[in-house]
Design a protein around this ligand. Structure first.
Ligand SMILES: [Zn+2]
Length: 402
């Protein structure tokens, strides 16, 4: 068994007990990796011997980001749509069908190349766990192959056959829901851990969404929901009703929505000891890229709702793979503190995926971590747009040194 010591860490974010504040920060620390897992965390002066050593040179070390919401399986891009939107056209979600056409026309190898390029791009920016959704195929064969390709690079794969009703079913949405719950789910489920629905005016109404999510639950998939992005609606409360791990977007919430989320509090392994079983995942890249009002993160946090931050990486409404960018937006535009934003991008994402082995650096957790070119996690928000990730380790293995 080979061991690796990450030594001379100026500021170690653990998201665990034993350190200071909600981030569990330790100063002048070291971290021992054995068999890809964190075996020991403590003061650098007490560090045990190891076969190999990485000198962090006084920099900050954080858990790898957990991006719990990304749409990486697609073809083409929508740069022209973005330009039109910046010139004043509103976002309606209708452009999804443009990407569906391009995705259906692409070969497996073209889709695979895009997924791997974006996964690598995210990794270079500190993301060590990334959820990947289908949802641009919308046929039995295209949804199944989207998830098969996603599953080659991530354990966190989500069947989103109910992204929009494809054009060929526009006048018979009930038939499309039947297809999603029947042959499409059967073909997709072997490659998926989760099921998701875009529950929104213009996509799927609450009855269709409930039916689709229940079919997924019946074959063992966990539930997530795209909810309350473009306007108020029933998506958040449907997610709570079905025990969803996460309701995502949450841009337009009523008091009843916030109360429903807050009512799901449970005990957990984080430094605070509790979080909500249904996490509110905020995707500020989408508001940035559609020039829309940001969700009210403070209202959720003040009500005790657990918040995750994710990229929503997709070619239409948020074509960024950068968690540091989302942290900077959350701090500047959504009034989250830097500590809240970093927690939401690591431990919050892990909670949204119901994972306890990632998003924190404590004995027994996966040694997924990043070394910054900065003395503190604060710099992720304080120095927006700057490539601050010096090195990333996945399972204790160094991934890249740009
Ligand atoms: Zn999304």
């Amino acid at each position: 068994m080979s061991s690796l010591l990450v030594d001379n860490i100026g500021e170690l974010v653990t998201n665990s007990e034993g350190g200071a504040g909600p981030l569990g920060v330790r100063r002048n620390a070291a971290l021992l990796v054995e068999d890809g897992l964190v075996a020991w965390v403590g003061p650098a002066r007490d560090a045990p011997a190891a076969d190999r050593r990485i000198d962090a040179e006084g920099a900050a070390v954080l858990p790898g980001f957990v991006d719990s919401h990304a749409h990486l399986v697609f073809a083409g891009d929508r740069a022209a749509e973005f330009a039109a939107r910046m010139a004043g056209e509103p976002y309606t979600g209708g452009g999804i069908r443009t990407t569906v056409g391009a995705t259906r026309a692409a070969t497996d190898d073209e889709l695979r190349a895009t997924v791997r390029r974006l996964r690598d791009e995210a990794l270079r920016q500190g993301t060590t766990t990334i959820e990947i959704k289908s949802g641009y195929g919308l046929t039995v064969a295209d949804e199944a192959r989207s998830l098969r390709i996603a599953a080659e690079v991530s354990e966190e794969t989500t069947f989103l056959g109910a992204h929009v009703v494809p054009a060929e079913y526009a006048d018979r949405p009930d038939d499309y829901v039947g297809l999603v719950c029947g042959p499409m789910l059967a073909a997709a489920a072997p490659y998926a851990r989760w099921i998701d629905v875009f529950c929104e005016r213009g996509a799927f109404d609450v009855d269709h969404a409930r039916a689709i999510l229940a079919c997924g639950q019946a074959v063992g998939l966990g539930v997530r929901v795209h909810a309350n992005q473009l306007g108020p609606g029933p998506g958040v409360q449907l997610g709570v009703e079905l025990g969803a791990a996460s309701v995502d977007h949450c841009t337009h919430l009523t008091d009843a929505d916030v109360d429903a989320l807050a009512s799901t509090r449970i005990d957990c392994m984080c430094a605070e000891g509790q979080h909500t079983a249904t996490v509110a995942t905020l995707l500020p890249g989408a508001e940035f890229s559609t020039r829309s009002p940001y969700p009210d993160a403070r209202r959720l946090l003040d009500a005790g709702v657990t918040v995750a931050l994710a990229t929503d990486c997709n070619p239409g409404s948020s074509y960024t793979s950068s968690m540091p960018f989302c942290i900077a937006l959350a701090v500047r535009e959504m009034r989250m503190t830097p500590a809240e934003a970093v927690w939401a991008a690591t431990a919050g994402g892990a909670a949204a995926l119901r994972r306890t082995d990632v998003g924190r650096l404590a004995r027994g957790a996966r040694a997924d971590l990043m070394i910054l070119d900065a003395p503190s996690y604060l710099h992720l928000a304080y120095r927006p747009g700057v490539p601050l990730i010096r090195q990333v380790l996945c399972n204790g293995v160094p991934q890249c040194r740009p």
